[in-house]
Ligand binder design. Structure first.
Ligand SMILES: O=C(O)CCC(=O)C(=O)O
Ligand SMILES: [Fe+2]
Length: 339
């Protein structure tokens, strides 16, 4: 069976001929309190063989995690108008609220059965909006000639007016991490029948790596092993799941694996999760590292920001809007590749 992700990656070919030592049937757990050399060995194995691992003893207080999940559940239970006010189409950074079936993640373009809210971190992202100011006030204060309309490097987050404390709780959680964060809500879905929807369709992540917290005890995240079997990532309170994304796979010339995963919530319970996608500065050129070129470079250099923008925009904007914005984004980000 050949399985290409939305990114069209090729090593995600799966077959029943794979040697056992090259496959996996469970997600490794790495205890960060172990001696450093042991942690490094476990990381190397997990990143090169599996592309996914869980971490324990990470030192982020459980109370901060519980608080952000309770804020998330309250936000998703607001009425639709309150959530639409923070819709990503009201901003410039492709961040904000995404309703059910607004986005597709897998290559079949089947809409995802989740709603989500995402934001980015950066000193510029919130400079116009005090915690309780709404987006209209924020827009009036911004200078239209300013480069603030540029995507990614200096766009603005939008926060829902109906829940001002959401920004505080998310920022507190986020200050322990970095890059772009998201909260997702997956309703229970039907288990049987032809062509079932997915909470998130099969995909690989875009940035370098993802740190994901699964809320509650709702097993639904599945990872594809090289034998073509879907392996469950069990939710374990007090741990995070970490997975390699496509940028780090490109950077390491596929030494590190960016592994296909999906969400199927057939537990009958509501599920919430909180991924943070971590990458380099959006001006960085991602080019296979010299130490990983034994088989020749598999990828051309790309500017990180343009890569992220294209991957996000293709499943969120209609064709005309995508083409229109692409020109702007290429102008904004392409010079960096010639440096
Ligand atoms: O909700 C999850 O467990 C996974 C989310 C995910 O894969 C993503 O947002 O890229
Ligand atoms: Fe993902």
């Amino acid at each position: 069976m050949v399985f290409t992700s939305f990114a069209g990656r090729s090593y995600n070919v799966v077959s029943d001929q794979v040697k056992q030592s090259d496959s996996f049937d469970e997600i490794p757990m790495i205890d960060l309190s172990q001696p450093q050399a042991q942690v490094v060995d476990s990381l190397r194995d997990a990143c090169t063989r599996v592309g996914f691992f869980s971490i324990s003893n990470h030192s982020i207080p459980q109370s901060v995690i519980d608080q952000v999940f309770s804020t998330a559940a309250e936000f998703f239970s607001l009425d639709d108008a309150a959530k639409q006010q923070a819709h990503f189409k009201n901003g410039t950074a492709l961040c904000g609220y995404e309703g059910f079936q607004n986005v597709y993640t897998d290559e079949t373009k089947k809409p995802d059965l989740n709603e989500a809210f995402s934001w980015r971190y950066g000193p510029d992202m919130d400079q116009f909006s005090e915690p309780n100011k709404n987006i209209e006030e924020s827009k009036q204060e911004s200078n239209p000639d300013d480069k603030k309309e540029d995507f990614l490097t200096s766009g603005q987050n939008i926060w829902p007016n109906a829940k001002p404390e959401m920004r505080r709780d998310i920022s507190q959680y986020y200050s322990h991490l970095g890059s772009m964060g998201k909260i997702l809500h997956y309703p229970p879905q039907r288990a049987k029948g032809p062509d079932p929807p997915f909470g998130i369709g099969a995909h690989t992540d875009i940035e370098c790596f993802t740190i994901l917290c699964q809320g509650g005890d709702v097993p639904a995240l599945q990872v594809l092993n090289p034998n073509g079997e879907w392996i469950l990532v069990p939710p374990i309170r007090g741990t995070f799941v970490v997975n390699i994304g496509d940028m780090l796979a490109r950077w390491s010339n596929d030494t590190f694996r960016s592994t296909i995963h999906r969400v199927l919530n057939i537990t009958g319970q509501e599920r919430y999760s909180l991924p943070v996608f971590i990458g380099p500065s959006y001006q960085t050129i991602i080019q296979p590292l010299e130490t990983c070129l034994a088989d020749g470079a598999k990828y051309d250099p790309i500017p990180a920001g343009l890569y992220v923008w294209k991957r996000l925009a293709i499943s969120r904007l209609d064709k005309d809007e995508y083409e229109k914005q692409l020109v702007k984004m290429e102008n904004h980000l392409t010079p960096a590749i010639n440096v």
